[in-house]
Design a binder for this molecule. Sequence first.
Ligand code: NDP
Length: 328
Amino acid sequence: PRTPVTVTVTGAAGQIGYALLFRIASGQLLGPDTPVRLKLLEITPALKAAEGTAMEIDDCAFPLLTGIDISDDPNVAFDGANVALLVGARPRTKGMERGDLLEANGGIFKPQGRAINDHAADDIKVLVVGNPANTNALIARAAAPDVPAERFTAMTRLDHNRALTQLSKKTGAPLSDITRLTIWGNHSATQYPDIFHAEIAGKNAAEVVNDETWLAEEFIPTVAKRGAAVIEVRGASSAASAANAAIDHVHTWVNGTPEGDWTSMAVPSDGSYGVPEGLISSFPVTTEDGAYEIVQGLELNAFSRTRIDASVAELAEEREAVRGLGLL
Ligand code: NDP
């Protein structure tokens, strides 16, 4: 039997955690041949709730699961971690300024980054889900100088999946026919879902749609504001779809993108497409053998360029703000 992969999940007692942990333990994150050891990190008041979830996971008798540990100490929870899903974060509450939000999250992601640096396995892969995800990933990365920067990523896969479905509904094409869609920039309302390089059964998606008004006034805002729309209708924020996207993100990172296709991941910029180096921004990426590469050489029209620049400018502002707080 293969050695178990240690997966650390923070915010394990939360909504997303509840939708995520069972799927990890059942093998959907890493595949049906990979045993998993779960390590859950929670804040002290939520430890008991995390224990309750762990009891339920035990009661599923997942054959691939070799054990569950729970801790409120990042140094313990990240010990030996091969994959870290950073879900727990400080949500924005009413009247909270952005600076306060970033500072509160700095208090979470800086020590977690340091614990990853000091205790995680050499092959650690980090996905940040907790918002503001891109900048939280930046803070954690900066606190982990001994870990290769590219191992710190943030999630835009839910935006990617949302965009796939909107495009499928608009064109009537099955989801399986749609490839090469891209989310650029920040996981926020400024994100840019790009269909100019997407293909539907091999045809250019923007040409198939042929409706720039729909693109600008329906598609982009629907994808960007989908989270708020779910809250309004469901009465609670999306959780299972976010967990699903986290599973997709790591599964693709570990197992590779299909030939001819790519996915969207927020990764530290190497300067590609004029995105300032080091910002954790969403790009089209291909993955193979547990590593990813930013897709190169795409031509960006003015419509795309303006929107990417706006989202990247927001990331640059967030970086300045956390720098100002001494978090980088
Ligand atoms: P959720 O599990 O619903 O959400 C967790 C984080 O995921 C939030 O930051 C949320 O951002 C973010 N997120 C990213 N994408 C999405 C999406 N598409 N839809 C919804 N959320 C998204 O939050 P809960 O409050 O239920 O649980 C959080 C848990 O984290 C609590 O149990 C808390 O105790 C714990 N926590 C743990 C920490 C730790 O381990 N050190 C630190 C801080 C908290 P947004 O708020 O913008 O929706």
